[in-house]
Design a protein around this ligand. Structure first.
Ligand code: 3UK
Length: 536
């Protein structure tokens, strides 16, 4: 046993071996040693190899080199071990908006052999308590600006014994302890299969699930999608909106830039106008955000064309062909779409700029395999809609959760998405399996209708669901947010219905259509279609 974990909670709660997916390590770069700490690879290596003076993390008013980040992370690791009693394997909750101290804390935990449990900044005490329970979290590092809900949670959860606040100048704050701590720390020699992250699913419904990821999983995602699809260089400047608590953000805004020795800009607030300003100020070259954010930003093409931006990555939700086209038209940049999940840790189907196909997510990322299966788990021929199944170097391991049997079947990960593969091997997203609408015997994918509606210039955003209907089984219903200055009403409704009928198969048009002010979304930007089923 090469595990460095003295606290064996994670290992004790892994899904049984026969419920885990099959893992593939065919690529030569995916041969991992028995001892591996991802922080040694992503951070220490650069300093050791003489790149300590290179720019690493930036934020308004902050510029840290690789050596600066290592200094902070080492001090935090020492505080965790010597002042807070951390032993390898303990879970440490992180709570902060995207900022440099959050990144330093993440590396401090990983270096000390702890397990990072990053949480969404907007979570309230109730949700934090559920996470503390599920992960049996003993330690927490929290941004002072977000202490209120944290304190409420801690007061009711005695298992969480050790908490410190940062971005806070008091004598009891993390920074005060860091000043007294040594800047030297020997990164703990964890096993490549020691858990280092608990990733909570953004879950549109139900009780949250914790996914478990190893040190080798972190390295695997750095070695697959970025190297084979994104092709970043050490001179790139990464930026984006997803929180580091969302693995899309953790990879795109922290792990991937550091892996190649590039720099990253962490923004506490990253709405479209704030992103635009930061792209200009910091000279961002690689952008990670969600389709809706690209859609809004595409109105600022003139300004964007004058920036250094060169690569734009969309994930989290299906990228409508109309949004891809609008972005290309506005900025001249072909977007890179990719589907990932918290369970798989990061993106597993994607494409580079040269292989973009409107309406398709792409092909399996090297290192991964994907296929389409029917309800019984049998492979279906190209062109048939079915369930997406994937496997690769990363995969689903829920912490002590029966839902493991649902996500992993016959060694494959079932993401819950309906897809079809075309004859060229490109995967085309249809809907979440629950969002396929069956109306008068026709299968209708909600995103298909949404994309058609969004082609209309009056439409800012929209969402489509199936509502029960006694004649047709289900009826296609659209919720439309109009652009400023557009008038809602029966005329507009008729216009939009006719517009859809003229652009896709007429049976898909929304027979019901409501105008709304905004659409319900999760903190990761995903549309919550289930909320539209509830009476207003
Ligand atoms: C949906 C997409 C179509 C799909 C994520 C990149 O979104 C991420 O993780 P989550 O666990 O959700 C996973 C589900 O989201 N989805 C994500 N990307 C796409 N659907 N096209 C896409 N490009 O339903 C998937 O099953 O929140 C994304 C990297 C890391 C991630 N965790």
């Amino acid at each position: 046993m090469s595990s460095a974990h003295q606290d064996t909670f994670a290992r004790d709660h892994l899904p049984p071996a026969d419920q885990q997916p099959e893992f593939l390590f065919d690529l030569p770069e995916l041969q991992f040693p028995e001892q591996l700490n991802c922080a040694a690879e992503l951070l220490d290596r650069h300093v050791r190899e003489g790149r300590g003076g290179r720019m690493c993390i930036r934020a308004p008013g902050i510029n840290w080199t690789y050596a600066d980040l290592q200094d902070k992370a080492n001090r935090i690791a020492n505080v965790l071990v010597h002042d807070m009693g951390l032993v390898p394997g303990n879970r440490v909750l992180l709570r902060a908006p995207n900022n440099p101290m959050l990144a330093a804390c993440w590396f401090g935990i990983i270096k000390a052999g702890g397990i990072a449990v990053a949480t969404m900044p907007l979570l309230r005490a109730k949700e934090l308590k559920a996470i503390i329970d599920i992960g049996q979290v003993s330690h927490a590092l929290c941004d002072a600006a977000l202490s209120e809900e944290m304190e409420l949670a801690v007061a009711e959860k005695p298992v969480l014994k050790h908490i410190r606040h940062f971005n806070h100048d008091g004598p009891d704050g993390l920074e005060a302890l860091m000043r007294r701590a040594s800047p030297e720390f020997d990164t703990v020699a964890t096993a490549s299969d020691d858990t280092c992250i608990l990733g909570f699913t953004s879950g549109t419904t139900g009780i949250p699930k914790a996914t478990m990821h190893y040190h080798r999983d972190v390295m695997a995602i750095c070695l697959c999608w970025p190297r084979h699809v994104l092709h970043p260089s050490e001179d790139d400047v990464f930026m984006g909106s997803p929180p580091l608590a969302f693995t899309f953000g953790l990879g795109g805004l922290l792990l991937f830039p550091l892996h190649v020795g590039a720099s990253t800009v962490l923004l506490e607030k990253a709405s479209p106008p704030q992103l635009l300003e930061a792209i200009q100020t910091f000279g961002a070259t690689v952008l990670f955000t969600a389709p809706t954010s690209y859609r809004t930003l595409s109105a600022r093409g003139t300004e964007l064309r004058r920036t250094a931006l060169r690569k734009c990555v969309s994930a989290g939700e299906a990228l409508p062909a109309s949004t891809r086209a609008a972005w290309k038209e506005a900025t001249g940049i072909e977007m890179i779409d990719g589907i990932g999940s918290t369970e798989m840790l990061h993106i597993f189907i994607s494409h580079d700029e040269a292989h973009a196909r409107p309406g398709a997510t792409g092909t399996p990322v090297p290192g991964y395999q994907a296929k389409i299966v029917d309800e019984q788990g049998q492979d279906v021929p190209p062109g048939t809609i079915g369930r997406l199944a994937v496997r690769g170097p990363t995969g689903c391991r829920y912490l002590n959760d029966e839902r493991q049997r649902k996500y992993v079947q016959n060694g494959w990960n079932l993401t819950g998405d309906a897809y079809l593969m075309d004859v060229d091997g490109y995967f085309h997203y249809q809907a979440r399996t629950d969002d396929m609408i069956i109306s008068s015997g026709y299968n209708i994918a909600a995103p298909d209708v949404e994309d058609a509606l969004m082609q209309h210039p009056a439409v800012a955003e929209c969402a489509v669901i199936g509502v029960p209907d006694h004649e047709r089984g289900q009826l296609v219903k659209a919720f439309v947010v109009l652009r400023p200055g557009q008038a809602a009403g029966d005329d507009m409704k008729k216009t939009l219905q006719d517009f859809v009928k003229a652009s896709i198969a007429p049976y898909k048009y929304p027979r019901a259509l409501d105008f709304v002010e905004s659409l319900p979304r999760t903190q990761t930007g995903k549309l919550q279609r289930f909320k539209l089923h509830e009476p207003a």
